[in-house]
Every structure is written in C-alpha cells, then in structure tokens.
Design a protein around this ligand. Structure first.
Ligand code: ATP
Length: 199
C-alpha cells in the first residue's frame, strides 16, 4: 500500500488545532466550521505560509526540509481572494489553455482584459485555472466556489474530480456542509475555539 500523499501531525497555528490527518492520492478532505474558526489559517499553515507547530509531509517528505516556494509548487494554495501581480489578466494565466478557459465559461479574450474589470466569479475561476495548470500534487481550496453560479459550480466539481482521478489530493474549505458531503471523502471541523475534530 502506498503511503499518504499528504500527512499532517500536531499541526497548530496561533492556538488553532492541533490537527492531524492523512490524505491519500486522489482523496478530498472537507474542512468546515464557523466564521473566524481558523480554516484559512490552517490551510496557510499547510501551505507553509504562516509559522506553525507540527509537521506536514508530502509523499513522506517533510515541508521543513524544503524552502516554502518549492513546497508550494507541489502543495498549491488557492486563496479565497486571489492575489494579482500584473495589471493584465494574460500575465497570470500563460500556461492555461484556451480549452480550459472555455470549459470554465471564459473567452480567450479574457487574456487581454485588465484584472480590475474582472468580476468576483471570473477572478475565482481564473485563479483556480492558474493553479490547476501547475498540476500540483495537493490543492488547498479556500471556499473555491463562493462566487459561482450553480452551473459553474458543477463545472468546477467535475474538473476537480478529473484531477483527483489523476492523483491530486484536495482539501476543500466550505461553509456549505451539503456540498462538502458531496465532494469530500471525509469532513473535519474547526469549532469556534479552533479545536479540530472529525464530523
Ligand atoms: N496573522 C494572524 N495573526 C493573528 N490572528 C490572525 C491572523 N490571521 C488571521 N487571524 C485571525 O484568526 C482567526 C481565524 O481566521 P481565519 O481567516 O483562519 O478564519 P476562517 O475560519 O477561515 O473564517 P471565515 O469562514 O470567515 O473565512 C480570525 O479571528 C482572524 O482575525
């Protein structure tokens, strides 16, 4: 039996946790809990974007043994509000194929748009496509469909299912427990005091 793709033990950040879990290749862990419980901070700790205690391993390799940017090439983090470093959309999505844009309801012309004019849902789809194009081993998703309509949510769920077939593991943060029950193999919860439990 292969070991877990992603494993966390004793993971805590700023009083949130400790969390421990193992995620097989292709698995999806759902994470929910009240606003302010610490879901985003836990994802950021897994992505090694915040100082934390405990350890995460990718295919057995500890995050502490590699520089953060190298870790994040394999463990991608899609923030709830994506960051943009260039005024033009195209600069952010060079590796994204036109067919992928089309699947996500976007015209290739979006490459010429300024980031400023993007709607919240367009930003969300483009940020996800940018991360998917990098084909990470693990993708950490912070409320990935919060700005999307029902049809687009189905498109995103379908695309992520295909990536999971290819072995990508996912942690999906969402307030919608029904959606998590649909997409996730297991659901964990942070309570308002930041305590991690399985639900
Ligand atoms: N760098 C930081 N240092 C200290 N506290 C922080 C830091 N970043 C966020 N917080 C606080 O930690 C708490 C948890 O924030 P977090 O964004 O992880 O919550 P969340 O569960 O994702 O909430 P929501 O569902 O509203 O997005 C919040 O009270 C927030 O103000």
């Amino acid at each position: 039996m292969p070991g877990p793709r992603l494993a966390a033990s004793g993971l805590s950040v700023g009083g949130i946790g400790p969390a421990a879990f193992e995620l097989a290749a292709g698995a999806c862990l759902g994470l929910t809990g009240p606003s302010g419980a610490g879901k985003t901070r836990l994802l950021r700790a897994i992505a090694d974007l915040e100082p934390h205690d405990g350890e995460c391993r990718l295919d057995g390799r500890p995050a502490s043994a590699m520089p953060g940017p190298v870790w994040r090439r394999d463990v991608g983090f899609v923030a709830a509000e994506s960051g943009w470093w260039d005024a033009r959309v195209g600069a952010h999505i060079e590796p994204v194929r036109d067919a992928d844009l089309d699947e996500f309801g976007l015209s290739p012309a979006v490459r010429e748009w300024s980031v400023e004019r993007l709607s919240a849902g367009e930003r969300q789809r483009l940020a996800l496509l940018r991360h998917l194009a990098a084909a990470p081993a693990v993708l950490l998703l912070d409320e990935p469909v919060s700005h999307l309509d029902a049809d687009l949510i189905e498109v995103v769920i379908g695309r992520l299912a295909a990536c999971r077939q290819d072995g990508m593991a996912v942690i999906w943060v969402d307030h919608d427990r029904h959606r998590l029950a649909r997409v996730a193999d297991a659901i964990a919860r942070l309570d308002s005091a930041g305590r991690f439990s399985w639900s």
